[in-house]
Design a protein around this ligand. Structure first.
Ligand SMILES: [Ca+2]
Length: 352
């Protein structure tokens, strides 16, 4: 009886120890998986799947107000042969450019090449660019030059920090999904409805900057490339996003008291070849209402460290800390294991 009880307690200790080891190695595993996924998640556009009718490229033929044009524009937008300037570096300007052809693809990836530059020094520039996938098109309004109560997806490249008390550093890139009911609060830079985002020094680069928005199987992923190294970095990755087909792509920008040149160089739309179940295929995708089924709705108001973890790329020191923790865990496991082993040996010896 004594022996079996000590066996049970020993197994208990070993399994607890194993639990601890699993607990320690899980972040490591997650980290490895995370990197693998990020590495292979968004690929560079495959020319084969480029959808010209939804793409805006130099020298911007087919942009204009003729009935056959695939893109039209509004406001301060100026189309040259090498860029589309949504606003110049002047106060109180608003401009937009919109695809005239609705998108009926279920899975897509939009690559945007852009440049935000101007004479304003740090924190004295604004307001930024919005990339839209919405029901409405050419609908001027108060949010980066477009309609605030939109239906669909908006990705904001917000360069001006309206809410200086907030802990986010600007420029800040964030996504909002709206079914037409959410207001946009300029005072806190849309934080109430933000789904995820990341800070990024995108202004006044010598080279162009890029972002990719992927929507596939209910997953919204945003990657950015600002260092001219042809490498994507994850900015946003959230599941449970429902967006219909039949909406329009567009881009808009606005300046206020502060300004910047907001340039779009290209918007390239790629079809993703993804299989869907017969059930999914039989649905009328144009009838889907834009929504997000998060466990916790918009990450604002929540002190959820995992939310931040998920939505900002891991920096070098975080990786280092995690690896250090994992290493410490392994060492502790080893020491505890050795002690337990020695105790058992001693006990066994006592039985003889
Ligand atoms: Ca802002």
């Amino acid at each position: 009886d004594v022996l079996s009880r000590s066996m049970v307690s020993c197994i208990g200790r070993v399994s607890k120890m194993r639990g601890f080891c699993t607990f320690i190695s899980r972040p490591l595993l997650f980290l490895l998986l995370h990197f693998t996924l990020v590495q292979c998640d968004i690929t560079d556009g495959n020319a084969e799947h480029l959808k010209r009718e939804h793409s805006l490229m130099k020298p911007y033929q087919g942009v204009g107000s003729s009935p056959s044009s695939q893109w039209d524009f509004w406001g301060s937008t100026l189309v040259t042969s090498s860029y589309v300037r949504l606003t110049p570096d002047e106060r109180s300007r608003q401009g937009s450019i919109w695809n005239t052809v609705p998108v009926y693809l279920k899975d897509w990836e939009m690559h945007v090449q852009y440049k935000i530059h101007g004479s304003g020094k740090k924190n004295l520039h604004g307001d930024g660019i919005a990339i839209w996938y919405t029901k409405e098109r050419l609908h001027p309004g108060s949010v980066f030059g477009s309609n605030a109560k939109f239906h669909g997806l908006a990705l904001f490249i917000d360069t001006y920090h309206n809410d200086e008390a907030a802990d986010r550093s600007f420029p800040y890139i964030y996504a909002i999904v709206n079914n037409g009911s959410l207001p946009y609060d300029h005072g806190n830079d849309g934080r109430n409805s933000e789904l995820g985002g990341c800070s990024s020094e995108i202004r006044n680069k010598d080279h162009d900057t890029y972002l990719a928005i992927r929507y596939s199987k209910g997953r919204l992923t945003v990657m950015i490339d600002i260092d001219d190294k042809n490498e994507w970095k994850e900015c946003i990755d959230i599941g449970g996003v429902r967006l219909p087909t039949g909406y329009y792509f567009g881009a808009s920008a606005a300046t206020g008291d502060l300004s910047d040149n907001h340039d779009i160089i290209s918007m390239k739309m790629y079809q993703l070849m993804v299989e869907h179940t017969p059930d999914e295929d039989s649905l009328d995708w144009t009838k889907i209402e834009p929504s997000v089924s998060l466990l916790k709705s918009p990450k604002d108001n929540i002190d959820d460290p995992t939310g931040n973890f998920r939505s900002t790329p891991l920096t070098g020191w975080k990786v280092f800390l995690l690896l250090l923790c994992a290493l410490l865990g392994i060492v502790v496991c080893g020491v505890v294991g050795a002690v337990v082993f020695q105790k058992r040996q001693e006990r066994n010896r006592r039985f003889y």
